[in-house]
Write a protein that binds this ligand. Structure first.
Ligand SMILES: *Cc1c(COP(=O)(O)O)cnc(C)c1O
Length: 416
């Protein structure tokens, strides 16, 4: 801790002083930070003023094992003190072993024996950028993407991201992308043809407010793309690696041609992965794509540690149980401001009957809960996969009070 203080000149600076330093030093892409956090342990965070928070956001579905997980910590430390980086002119055991594990996970979703291969990147947008470039190797250029989608902020990932607010300032984007309504198999049938290189979709649209497609939609997407020789590219950046109660939210048998991962895979260490199956895995040839950091052994060992702890500690079952507990306890509140809870496992959206999610978010932060509001009427809950029953209950018990505070603030504002 003292070395951190030396290097960051934190001294005894409080949150507001640090926030000033932030706004002076940083580009204004994220607005004013809500808090300056100095420490984390398990499912808890501490801010610069010493206040403790229950972290129900987990760095946006990233800190899958919470903060400072001992197994991840020791794996990263021992890799870093053994070998920290070599570039992709060379290979490392950690990178090879993580590639094998991810290949296994993706190959297992195919009905017949299929090989998979990985390209490692450093983020979700880069994993999708790699996927986008693979689709061009098919000789076709047309991509069908979904209304409400989010795939990242680089130009290629942005081209398949739907939000006008994110896209329009940067037009023209890499072209030949058509958007269709999410969850609508008929619309997909009508849009996909022999010119289609790929269909890209999220199993659940997290950024769009945890939107779940109808049952059977992903299988339909598989059949439709197969019929026309188009690739199915599934973005599991937010949903994958246990977040929804299984390795893949897209299920055990969809058999996508490309699956992308990032967020939860590194438990907070930056990593992204683009996994392709069958012939699609061989579309890139030497020189066609690359990354200096991608597959870095420290990032790779973090990924291996995450997969190991999820398995060793039975966390997939915990995700399903805690997710169901959250739904059950919130449903039992029978609260007039809550219309329902959607999502899977520990990717959940609490849907409100009024657009007061920003006020609920503020009330929650004030009461020591980190959450976020991806839409004006949706609260997103994406806690670490290690969250306990008591911690979930702590939030669900506090929720009526948070809603009351939020409603009170909204009414006060309306009357002023
Ligand atoms: C967060 C996210 C991305 C982008 O990941 P970054 O690491 O922020 O680049 C892409 N796709 C989905 C579904 C995401 O949730």
């Amino acid at each position: 801790m003292s070395q951190i203080q030396d290097l960051t000149h934190v001294g005894d600076q409080a949150s507001d002083q640090l926030t000033h330093r932030y706004t002076d030093a940083m580009m204004n892409t994220f607005g004013t930070p809500q808090k300056v956090f100095v420490r984390g342990e398990g499912a808890y965070l501490w801010d610069a003023d010493g206040t403790r928070y229950l972290d129900l956001l987990a760095g946006i579905a990233v800190n899958s094992l919470g903060h400072a997980h001992p197994y991840v910590l020791s794996a990263i430390t021992s890799q870093l003190s053994t070998l920290g980086h070599v570039s992709n002119f060379f290979a490392t055991p950690a990178q090879i072993a993580l590639a094998e594990r991810l290949d296994e996970i993706v190959s297992a979703t195919w009905p017949t024996s299929t090989t998979s291969r990985v390209f490692f990147a450093n983020s979700g947008t880069e994993a999708n950028e790699a996927a986008f470039k693979i689709t061009r190797m098919t000789g076709r250029t047309k991509i069908i993407a979904m209304e409400g989608s989010f795939h990242g902020r680089t130009m290629g990932a942005l081209a398949v991201t739907h939000s006008a607010k994110y896209r329009e300032p940067f037009a023209p984007l890499p072209g030949d992308v058509e958007f269709v309504p999410y969850g609508d198999a008929d619309a997909l049938t009508a849009a996909v043809d022999g010119r289609t290189a790929a269909v890209v979709l999220e199993p659940i649209q997290g950024e769009n407010g945890v939107v779940v497609p109808p049952a059977g939609y992903l299988s339909a997407a598989r059949q439709i793309t197969q019929r026309h020789g188009a690739l199915l590219w599934i973005d599991e950046v937010q949903t994958g690696i246990g977040r929804c109660g299984d390795w893949l939210a897209s299920g055990a048998e969809v058999g996508a041609d490309i699956v992308t991962f990032a967020k939860g895979l590194g438990a907070g260490f930056p990593i992204g992965a683009c996994v392709a199956t069958g012939a699609t895995a061989d579309l890139f040839t030497p020189g066609m794509h690359g990354s200096t950091f991608g597959g870095n052994p420290v990032a790779a060992i973090a990924g291996l540690a995450v997969l190991k702890v999820i398995e060793r500690d039975g966390l997939l079952a915990n995700v399903r149980d805690r997710g169901q507990q959250l739904v059950d306890e919130i449903t039992a509140l029978n609260h007039p401001l809550i219309s329902g809870v959607r999502g899977e496992g520990l990717l959940r959206g609490i849907v409100l009957t009024e657009p007061i999610a920003p006020q609920v978010h503020a009330a929650a932060m004030g009461a020591g809960f980190v959450i976020n509001a991806p839409r004006p009427d949706v609260i997103r809950i994406v806690p670490p996969l290690i969250i306990t029953a008591d911690q979930i209950a702590e939030f669900t018990h506090a929720l009526p009070g948070l809603l009351a505070t939020a409603q009170h603030q909204t009414t006060a504002k309306d009357n002023s």
